[in-house]
Ligand binder design. Structure first.
Ligand code: NAP
Length: 271
């Protein structure tokens, strides 16, 4: 079997470093190229040396343009602007992509969908295998218990996180609301304080904790009379996202075109 050559954009970033390690640890995948911003002090340094795994023969380059011949799949966890630039280059050169960058605006998400007419790509704001499995479990739990249970989503993250509730918690709420035919905008309750009155049966509650160095924890309660089911996920380090992205890179490598997400990669769509 031929090795799949993977490029990592933003290889000096928090996710970029985890991704280089994850690719290196995966049989059948090799680091083909790595990029960073032109002003980075890492330009020219072998990316394997940057992450402490020894030389891998891929010096960090300032633009993906220079290394288009050196990879089959690009994994991109950078910024929306950089991702749009990489999308254009990969579309023109016929290279596959795995996009983990979050915060894309509606026009940028549209550009991703349009590029998928010509190239194959996976785009998912949470690449953790466990979180994507939880989305599926939540559908089942909502279908079985949703009409009789009070549903609350509790999430905890580190003290530096600036948005609340987390994107993952919101996506969990959307999955549940879609399954139950509810409009999340109408039924979401964000935190509670003071004289709130009794709980509305159809509401979906969000509770947020910000404390210490918590990487990311989500627990969804389905609380009925006499019993409670909890579906919980705890991320303990970034390798969970990197391993999911690497799994996506392998999965996309024999697809020609189309936009996919982690539900496709993990085969959860048909479950
Ligand atoms: P980070 O540490 O800031 O890493 C981003 C890296 O990309 C930085 O090294 C940055 O360089 C570099 N970069 C920016 N523009 C570039 C360009 N044009 N070419 C090459 N490299 C460029 O951030 P992070 O924590 O790794 O997160 C990166 C993204 O992944 C964020 O959008 C985050 O939300 C997302 N994320 C997604 C998942 C998921 O599962 N989908 C999980 C975790 C994070 P400078 O530092 O010099 O600016």
């Amino acid at each position: 079997m031929e090795e799949i050559r993977v490029a990592v954009a933003g290889a000096g970033g928090r996710m970029g470093r985890a991704l280089i390690n994850a690719v290196h640890q995966t049989d059948g995948l090799v680091v083909g190229a790595a990029t960073e911003l032109a002003e980075s002090g890492l330009i020219g340094v072998d990316v394997g040396e940057v992450v402490g795994i020894g030389r891998v023969g891929a010096p960090i380059r300032p633009d993906l343009d220079e290394v288009l011949a050196d990879f089959d799949v690009l994994i991109d966890f950078t910024s929306p602007t950089a991702t749009m630039h990489h999308l254009e280059l990969c579309r023109d050169a016929g290279r596959r992509m795995v996009i983990g960058t979050t915060g894309l605006g509606p026009g940028q998400r549209e550009a991703v969908s349009e590029a998928a007419i010509d190239i194959a790509l996976v785009y998912a704001p949470n690449m953790s295998v466990g979180v994507n499995l939880c989305f599926k479990l939540l559908e089942t739990a909502a279908r079985v218990m949703g009409e009789d249970a009070d549903i609350e989503i509790v999430e905890a993250h580190h003290r530096h996180k600036v948005d609340a509730p987390s994107g993952t918690a919101l996506r969990m709420g959307e999955v549940i609301a879609e399954t139950l035919g509810r409009d999340l905008d109408q039924v979401a309750v964000y935190g509670r304080q003071g004289h709130t009155g009794p709980r509305e049966r159809a509401s979906i509650g969000f509770e947020t904790i910000r404390a210490g160095d918590t990487v990311g924890e989500h627990t969804v309660w389905f609380a009925a009379d006499g019993e409670r089911v909890e579906i919980a996920h705890k991320a303990t380090n970034r390798m969970t996202f990197a391993r999911g992205a690497v799994r996506a890179a392998r999965w996309i490598s024999d697809r020609e075109r189309g936009q996919f997400d982690m539900q496709d990669v993990l085969g959860l769509r048909e479950v």
